[in-house]
Design a protein around this ligand. Sequence first.
Ligand SMILES: [Cu+2]
Length: 71
Amino acid sequence: MVANDRRVVIAHEDMPGFMRAMTMSFEVKNPALLEKITPGEYVRFTLERTDQTLYLVAVEKEEERGKTPEP
Ligand SMILES: [Cu+2]
């Protein structure tokens, strides 16, 4: 993932019944969330869907996948 200000770009995996795997940007509901993560890390995240957008409302490192993901 790559972060800036209020948006974060994540290459996410398949979300069955919702979205196929893709790289996309999400609006972050609370920018403080981004302080917990570092670009390039694997993360696990929670989305909130509204009429207008998808918000990223929670995110955490996915420790078990290690710290050097493929580019
Ligand atoms: Cu997507």
